[in-house]
Design a protein around this ligand. Structure first.
Ligand code: SF4
Ligand code: SF4
Length: 490
């Protein structure tokens, strides 16, 4: 099967590779990949509209949370799906694998492969749920207690072409939806052509700006600022390679206005020639379309959300640190950063967790968060997903898990919209969320699409401000999902 048969939504780019496998890139968010792109004249023009969020649900610690290495898990679950299509296993049931070994790869070798994060034995391929609620095949490895990867040959740091090929293979899953994986997104036209055989637009356009995004995605998140402060050396060490790879004239570090930037981090960035840009601590400034507009003044074409067309690329600092380590060691990232929060106990910890650790195993091995949390949310308070069991694997595209106690999680209901207009007022994309929500609720999906449903960046502000407690984000995601399914089946 080709990658294109497994990705969600419409491919945002393709390249004819003759008899070789086609390279399809999709995204992990429906927002940017629609079954039929609206003509440009119908595309909603959006303006920067940001909101100050005062969250009472989350006790934000005044000091940085601790960064703790989570214990090595007894088993890991490695999803074989994802935004870049299904990976094919290279190992069979019962086979012994070593940490760092490539255990699955995609038909197109320029797309990220899957690596064993622990040594042990393959315990089958099973259908498993992700934190997003999707179900798909995953490789299960039962560990033998070892997580030490064998010494690997380091990629040649002074050769951007070889580096791009290396990064294409080892890039970890990212939480932000991107039309392209990191190596393709960050490659200059010359490197994209030589290393990845990508010459069509937007890869023919030079990159002007590379943004290292240290802004946390949503209220309650502290992961990126913590990782940036704690691992600033790795971050700065990656800058020369990222500059050579991308050819970007300007590398920007996005940070908060009014938030302390440690002197050592600041000096490391300045030595590396990185501009520090401070942006307001308002939501949803960290989401890519708004971030790019805030930094460059350019409006990202939606719904594709392809910032390369503007000569701009974005890399979050967690991914940047992971790639920096990979470039230094020659191994794929085997761990992921994860924020673990129990607001009722004022507990906020950043774990470096082995990729694929089941959430239930992390909670069993660490301090138990609650007797019975009323809600477990993976992926953040605004953008995340409530979990119906704790067996989901923790990968780098999860970023945070919140255990909310009774009274901390506001319940939704399906009360009728009374057209107060709050959601319309706050939507950063200038949509009519009230109308979209009603269309999706009553199955009028095509009408919702005509009203630009796929322009929605899924920020969740409409749900946050709705006095009727309508499950707006759920309805909008549901509508997009149904439309994409309808397109696939037709
Ligand atoms: S989630 Fe709601 S507020 Fe946010 S972009 Fe979509 S419709 Fe607008
Ligand atoms: S905020 Fe809620 S009640 Fe008000 S218009 Fe929007 S959906 Fe309707």
């Amino acid at each position: 099967m080709s990658i294109g048969q497994h990705r969600r939504g419409r491919p945002s780019g393709r390249k004819d590779l003759g008899g070789r496998p086609r390279l399809f890139f999709g995204g992990q968010c429906y927002s940017f990949h629609i079954p039929s792109i609206q003509p440009l004249s119908h595309v909603v023009r959006w303006r920067m509209k940001l909101t100050t969020i005062r969250s009472t649900a989350v006790a934000v610690p005044s000091a940085d949370p601790a960064v703790v290495s989570a214990p090595t898990p007894r088993r890991v679950v490695l999803p074989l799906g994802g935004p870049w299509g299904k990976a094919t296993p290279l190992v069979s049931d019962g086979e012994t694998v070593r940490a760092g070994q490539r255990v699955a790869e995609r038909p197109d070798l320029r797309l990220p492969a899957v690596y064993a994060p622990i040594s042990g034995r393959v315990d089958g391929i099973r259908d498993k749920y992700r934190h997003t609620g999707e179900k798909g095949p995953a490789l299960v490895i039962v560990g033998n207690g070892s997580q030490e990867p064998p010494a690997s040959e380091k990629p040649p740091l002074d050769d951007p072409v070889a580096l791009a090929r290396f990064l294409a293979s080892v890039a970890p899953p990212e939480v932000d939806p991107h039309p392209w994986p990191p190596a393709a997104r960050l490659a200059s036209p010359e490197v994209a052509a030589k290393a990845l055989d990508l010459t069509d637009p937007p890869f023919d356009r030079p990159l002007e700006t590379l943004i290292l995004n240290a802004l946390d995605r949503q209220p309650g998140d502290l992961l990126r600022r913590t990782v940036a402060r704690r691992f600033f050396r790795e971050l700065a060490e990656a800058v020369p390679q990222l500059r050579a790879l991308s050819g970007a004239r300007r590398i920007v570090f996005a940070w908060y206005q009014g938030s302390d930037l440690p002197r050592d981090l600041q000096e490391a960035l300045q030595r590396a020639g990185v501009d520090i840009v401070r942006l307001p601590c308002k939501y949803p400034i960290a989401l890519e379309p708004l971030l790019v507009q805030a930094v460059t003044g350019k409006e990202v074409p939606m719904p594709e959300g392809d910032t390369r067309r503007l000569g701009c690329a974005v890399l979050d600092v967690c991914t940047a640190v992971s790639l920096s380590r990979s470039m230094a060691t020659g191994t794929a990232p085997l761990t992921a950063f994860l924020q673990f929060a129990v607001p009722s106990r004022k507990m906020m910890t950043v774990y470096e967790v082995t990729t694929g650790t089941p959430l239930e195993e992390l909670t069993a091995q660490t301090e138990r968060p609650h007797g019975a949390p009323s809600k477990v949310i993976a992926g953040g308070l605004f953008l995340g997903y409530a979990q119906h069991d704790l067996s989901v694997p923790l990968t780098s595209d999860v970023e945070s898990v919140f255990f909310l106690g009774p009274g901390e999680a506001a319940g939704y209901n399906y009360r009728a919209c009374f057209n107060c207009g709050n959601c319309v007022d706050r939507c950063p994309v200038n949509l009519m969320p009230n109308e979209l929500g009603k269309y999706c609720e009553f199955g009028r999906f095509e009408e919702a699409e005509r009203q630009h449903l796929f322009q929605c960046i899924e920020c969740g502000l409409c749900a946050y401000v709705c006095p009727a407690n309508r499950p707006m984000l759920h309805l909008l995601r549901y509508g997009k999902h149904e439309l994409i399914q309808m397109r696939k089946e037709s």
